[in-house]
Design a binder for this molecule. Structure first.
Ligand code: ADP
Ligand code: MG
Length: 567
């Protein structure tokens, strides 16, 4: 059959160049990526079989196989999983499917030098292409389970790849790396060494739920008198689900490797959360808070949710029913003992136990974040920077957990130019006689601070929360008060700061009112439709006048937001 040559997409080419010329010190992770893909492919096939979607597939001995050929200087990673059709190879391997990669390349262009690029490889998952860190040629042979025809893909990573339809191919995918001579000669990077391979698999892929087998080398050294046929493949991983092992037996590194596998992230998570429920509805959960927000967290297509397992069997990625939208950044695994393996999305949506799990996970994540604030302020600060705006959505949508969410929240404040504050701390600092919690919403901290509305507060030293996320406009209304203190916008309605300090006496105010009555009346009349009323204000110290909304009205920023949403 014919072999066709194709060009890589521009982005893919850039990425490959980076891999080929990589000086990335931790090349070993290429194997983790290939094993991770193989494991995903096996999960997908088992699931298809459970659903009777793969009638012609062989699911009798699903596994991952590693094979080394020292003479040919190759390492092959083989799985008998779902495989790929010809079209899928074109779509998934010839282009950059992983959406995080676009961002990666953008940052790469900015990084320019090798050291910068090195750091970036460590941060972004580049999956399949990472093979080119150690190989000068990669061949992939695959057959989609149930199909008859296979596909061979090869590339030297340089700008083109070839595709060929082949008649015979085992079910699943085999990726063969033609290792760079320089690596093989260097003991540290000799990926034809059984010892090296065992070490990498143990370190990065031990928890993979499928056996990862190392085939005996053909011929071998024969010193023990046994022929190659007599020796058996060795399973390198323990296959133990981390969430089912006692906590003190699992190291942080092991948890982190699992996180990287399921989140397709190369960075360590910020926080690991474990949860076990026993009794009538038994389940284990292992949740992770990532250390970085994905770039598409606020887009429609964002795939939220955690992985669902039933009795150790992978059932689905992105199970949305297990966590509410405002915790959509959380990744992880929930393994339930008492669900059917055939459980469908429809069933999940109605299942009472699933709702119970969701409630419990939500509380646990919120309390973990709250505790971080005191136990690890730096990590809490990272959390807040990355996910605060998402979490605040819960103040509007999740009234059951409102207090817990508020306790996990921080707000920029005039109290400190850098550090955001907890509401609790704001309340503690409130001035004698101050009844309300003041805030102002706006585009940016600077815009708010320059607003005339802030003058009186600054002059009197009354603290104001500075809220700059779109969602802030909404939650302040939904929440209304905190510990009996009203949340009050400094830009709405009448502001009375007189209680906070010695102020103009009532008599004085009355006198002023009389004095200016004529002017105010005249102004109100002349501004006509533009304003409702012109009145004397105690909120200004320097500016002559400012525009204020009625207490119940939309602020200008919210008006803009609704307008932008087309309402
Ligand atoms: P990711 O795993 O993050 O999606 P990769 O670059 O590792 O990104 O892989 C790209 C895609 O190629 C995978 O999502 C999968 O669809 C496909 N793929 C890669 N390896 C295999 C494999 N061994 N079997 C089946 N499909 C695979
Ligand atoms: Mg991958």
């Amino acid at each position: 059959m014919t072999t066709e040559t194709f060009e890589f997409q521009v982005e893919a080419r850039q990425l490959l160049q980076l891999m080929i010329h990589s000086v990335y010190s931790n090349k070993d992770v290429f194997l983790r990526e290939l094993v991770s893909n193989a494991s995903d492919a096996l999960d997908k096939l088992r699931l298809a079989a459970l659903r009777d979607d793969a009638p012609d597939a062989d699911v009798s001995d699903l596994h991952i196989e590693l094979e080394v050929d020292k003479d040919a200087r190759t390492l092959t990673v083989r799985d008998n999983g779902i495989g790929m059709s010809y079209d899928e190879v074109t779509r998934l391997i010839g282009t950059i499917a992983n959406s995080g990669t676009a961002k990666f390349l953008e940052e790469l262009r900015e990084a320019k030098d090798a050291a910068g690029a090195d750091g970036l490889i460590g941060q972004f998952g580049v999956g399949f292409y990472s093979g080119f860190m150690v190989a000068d040629e990669v061949t992939l042979v695959t057959r989609h389970a149930g199909e008859t025809e296979g596909t061979r893909w090869t590339s030297r990573g340089e700008g083109t790849y070839t595709l060929e339809r082949i008649g015979e191919a085992p079910q699943g995918t085999a990726v063969t790396l033609h290792l760079k001579p320089a690596d093989v000669e260097n003991q540290l990077h000799d990926y034809t060494s059984a010892w090296k391979i065992k070490e990498i698999v143990k370190r990065y892929s031990d928890f993979i739920t499928w056996p990862v087998r190392l085939l005996p080398e053909p011929g071998g050294d024969g010193s023990d008198g046994e022929g190659a046929e007599a020796r058996e493949a060795e399973t390198l991983n323990s296959m133990k689900a981390l969430w089912a092992r006692p906590r003190d037996e699992v190291s942080d590194d092991e948890y982190h490797e699992l996180y990287k596998h399921i989140a397709h992230d190369w960075r360590d998570p910020l926080e690991t959360i474990r949860l076990q429920a026993e009794g009538t509805f038994e389940y284990q959960a292992l949740l992770f808070v990532p250390s970085h927000a994905p770039h598409d967290l606020f887009t429609q297509g964002y795939q939220r949710g955690v992985q669902l397992y039933v009795k150790r069997v992978f059932i689905m990625d992105d199970c949305e029913e297990l966590l509410p939208p405002h915790l959509r950044f959380v990744k992880g695994v929930v393994d339930a003992q008492d669900l059917s393996l055939n459980v469908s999305r429809e069933i999940l949506q109605q299942d009472r136990h699933i709702r119970m799990i969701q409630r419990r996970l939500t509380k646990k994540v919120l309390s973990t974040v709250k505790d971080l604030r005191t136990s690890a302020p730096d990590r809490y600060a990272t959390f807040w920077r990355e996910f605060g705006a998402v979490l605040k959505e819960g103040l509007v949508t999740d009234s059951d957990n409102r207090d817990a969410i508020l306790a996990a929240c921080s707000f920029a404040s005039t109290h400190d130019a850098e550090e955001p504050t907890a509401l609790k701390d704001y309340v503690e600092r409130m001035k004698e006689g101050q009844d309300d919690i003041y805030y102002m919403t706006g585009e940016s901290r600077q815009a708010i601070e320059n607003s005339p509305h802030m003058e009186a507060f600054r002059a009197k030293g009354v603290e104001v929360l500075l809220l700059t996320d779109a969602v802030d406009e909404v939650w302040v209304d939904a929440v209304g008060e905190y510990e009996g203190k009203t949340l009050r916008s400094v830009a709405k309605g009448e502001i009375d700061l007189s209680g906070t300090e010695a102020d103009k006496s009532d008599a004085e105010k009355e006198k002023q009112g009389e004095e200016y009555a004529g002017l105010l009346g005249w102004m109100t009349e002349h501004l006509g439709e533009e304003v409702k009323e012109v009145r004397l204000s105690s909120r200004l110290t320097v500016s002559p006048a400012c525009v204020v909304s009625d207490a119940g009205e939309l602020t200008p920023a919210l008006e803009n937001m609704y307008r932008a949403m087309g309402q």
